[in-house]
Write a protein that binds this ligand. Structure first.
Ligand code: CA
Length: 224
């Protein structure tokens, strides 16, 4: 899952980026409203964290522009403390949720997870396919109850496929959702990650749809 943070306070922006990367997200960080608007319009994100008080273009204007452009990406706005008018204005402009500053990072991440889940039609924090489980809160993956260790990129890829279970996902789509902007994107690495995930979780986990991409369905229960 890939997230854009638009935040002009350097410390807060860096801290959020580090925390989210540690939680298994690909993250881009924009430092002002203009750059934020540009990235949100031209790149593909699963969710956006948008500060309202921003240099160049303010957050509400940025959000309003995205919505007028037809961008439906879930947006969580960061509002000034106790500013109910900020919250109302944010929601009216098309925000999906808000967190007031100062906030607990855990709360922000929990709300972000929920936004991403809802956008992909998943009600539970635990994503499953057959006996495969991925807990989006802890980042733990198991198959038939056995813990499976995945690298950060393998986790991102599996998480994206589980969020879109049963759908055919192209390589391009995977690349857009598991790498940040600065990453040297090479579509061949996707095949490498898929091969590694199959080695760790089982050959039946991800189906290659020739010429189209990959699909993760309900694999059969493993015999125990
Ligand atoms: Ca600010």
């Amino acid at each position: 899952m890939r997230v854009l943070i638009v935040e002009d306070e350097p410390n807060l922006g860096n801290q959020l980026r580090n925390t989210l990367e540690g939680a298994g997200y690909a993250v881009d960080l924009a430092r002002d409203g203009e750059e934020g608007h540009f990235l949100g319009s031209t790149e593909t994100y699963d969710a956006i964290i948008l500060d309202l008080g921003l240099p160049e273009v303010d957050g509400l204007t940025v959000l309003d522009r995205w919505r007028k452009e037809g961008k439906a990406t879930p947006v969580l706005v960061l509002t000034a403390r106790d500013s109910w008018s900020d919250k109302v204005a944010g929601l009216d402009a098309g925000a999906d949720d808000y967190v007031a500053k100062p906030f607990q990072t855990e709360e922000l991440i929990a709300r972000l997870r929920a936004l991403i889940r809802r956008a992909s039609g998943n009600a539970s924090a635990e994503l499953t396919a057959g006996d495969i489980r991925l807990d989006t809160r802890s980042g733990k993956v198991t198959r038939a109850g056995e813990p499976i260790k995945l690298t950060a990129q393998e986790y991102k890829l599996l998480s994206y496929l589980l969020h879109h279970k049963g759908k055919v996902v192209s390589r391009t789509e995977l690349i857009e959702h598991i790498y940040d902007q600065d990453f040297d994107r090479d579509s061949n690495t996707i095949e490498v990650f898929v091969t590694r995930i199959r080695k760790k979780l089982g050959q039946d986990v991800i189906t290659t749809i020739r010429g189209l991409g990959y699909s993760l369905d309900e694999p059969a229960e493993t015999a125990s």
